[in-house]
Design a binder for this molecule. Structure first.
Ligand code: SF4
Length: 459
């Protein structure tokens, strides 16, 4: 974006933009152009139609132009409500990262770093066997290595593996989001990082170090779980897949057979969440009614554009069918649902495809619309220069995350539930990270986390 545009605006509308005002205006022009695929001239032409810009005096001129641009940037929301400008996230436009690693399947590590404490572990052996030519380096602690090596977010997908001995974060409650209704989910924290590269992945906002961390001390996790469960002593839902894909590397790590063996006689629902078709270990394991394998679903066009290196929608459904035929309960997550033009057809088709392929009921279906911390947008737009999803109608929500406004989210959830219920009256459908008001459009409008948990555990 050039100084030329600034000069044009200043001349055409006879005013001066200070540095901060120019930052906002520049960002709005940039996003309108990206979302509507139009030129700056077209935007200026639109502005010129607004007589109140010419009438406005002094500082007011900037506010009238900004308001007009906000209305163009958020055409649906501006028709529905007066947008509070504080909810519009306008940051400096930054260049894409010069060195931006991309995933490239099949996952092949460039280097495997093994913490001293994890040396000789079964996980190290598996990596040595699968990748005999890969460089393996012993390090003291992962955290020290990261402190002494500087990485940029553009290196996030460098194919590095860190085999560690986890000492602290074994099991934790899902952090959900402030002031919203959670579902009391627990995270079995087996790894961090993912070989897939989804443009919306929240991990990009939290980590600026590359690689995938894989704990080798599964037995410590199991001991911790036994102690934890003595205290909690009620049926819970717990799973991997929050900070990593549960099965993406399962052929290498061999985690799933050990997890199934451990959890199949526990009073929990243990969930593997994936976007992969990596199910051989699952198919070789004995099914159990409390071991749930779940898939995230999105229209194929979104899979191709926004979920790089994961498998196609068709392959996810085929994998789910095989796992279901083997005898495992399955579940599905429509998350994140991305609001674009024609979203209704796209998502209705996915719902129809799901029910054509696999007979209900399922363990659960979750729905969640695109959301994320503001810094996620900053990183994602520098890593995925062709993705436009962050130029949708995302405003700063009550939890300070970027989200679609409530009327769009409600419209999406209402329709999704309607489409699901035409095929399936039984599967519990719940919302992920939503508030009580938004829950009111659901067929079961719960108002507390306990009610949601109960519904999912014993519907
Ligand atoms: S609703 Fe979603 S984010 Fe919140 S606790 Fe449940 S799984 Fe976690």
């Amino acid at each position: 974006m050039t100084e030329e545009l600034k000069q044009q605006l200043e001349t055409k509308f006879r005013f001066r933009l200070n540095k901060n005002q120019w930052k906002d205006i520049k960002r709005l022009f940039y996003e309108i152009r990206r979302r509507d695929n139009i030129g700056y001239e077209d935007i200026i032409k639109e502005l010129k139609k607004n007589a109140s810009i010419q009438k406005a005096e002094g500082k007011n001129k900037f506010f009238v132009i900004k308001r007009d641009l906000i209305n163009m940037r958020f055409p649906l929301t501006s028709k529905n409500e007066i947008i509070d400008t504080k909810r519009v996230f306008l940051t400096e436009i930054k260049e894409p990262y010069p060195e931006n690693y991309k995933c490239s399947p099949p996952f092949t590590p460039e280097t495997v770093y093994v913490e001293e404490n994890a040396k000789g572990s079964y996980l190290e052996k598996r990596f040595r066997d699968k990748f005999p030519d890969t460089n393996i380096e012993i390090i003291d602690y992962y955290s020290n290595y990261i402190k002494s090596h500087k990485f940029s977010p553009g290196e996030l997908k460098k194919p590095l593996i860190f085999i560690v001995k986890e000492n602290w974060d074994f099991i934790k409650p899902c952090p959900c989001t402030k002031g919203h209704l959670g579902c009391n989910y627990w995270i079995f924290n087996l790894g961090m990082g993912c070989p897939f590269d989804c443009s919306y992945c929240f991990l990009q906002a939290y980590s600026n170090f590359p690689g995938i961390i894989l704990p080798s001390n599964l037995n410590d996790f199991f001991n911790k779980f036994d102690n934890f469960y003595k205290k909690i002593n009620r049926k819970i839902r717990i799973g991997t897949g929050e900070f990593c894909d549960s099965l993406a590397l399962d052929d290498i790590t061999g985690y799933s057979p050990r997890l199934i063996d451990f959890f199949n006689d526990k009073n929990v629902y243990f969930e593997f969440k994936t976007k992969s078709g990596n199910i051989n270990n699952i198919l070789s394991s004995k099914p159990s009614p409390n071991i749930i394998i779940s898939w995230s679903l999105n229209p194929q066009i979104m899979v191709e554009k926004e979920e790089m290196c994961s498998v196609s929608l068709e392959r996810r459904l085929e994998a789910a069918k095989k796992v279901r035929d083997k005898g495992f309960p399955v579940a599905f997550h429509f998350d994140p649902i991305i609001h674009t033009s024609g979203w209704e057809n796209l998502y209705k088709n996915v719902v129809d495809m799901l029910y054509q392929e696999i007979k209900p009921p399922f363990m659960w279906i979750s729905l969640g619309t695109l959301r994320g911390p503001r810094q996620l947008k900053n990183v994602a737009e520098r890593r995925f220069k062709d993705s436009n999803i962050f130029y949708g109608e995302l405003l700063i929500g009550k939890d300070k995350k970027l989200r679609y406004p409530e009327f769009i989210r409600k419209q999406i959830y209402k329709n999704m539930v309607k489409w699901i219920r035409t095929h399936d009256a039984k599967t519990p459908v719940y919302l992920c990270m939503e508030d009580e008001d938004t829950w009111s459009v659901m067929d079961k409008p719960f108002t507390s986390s306990m009610e949601i948990e109960k519904y999912l555990i014993s519907p």
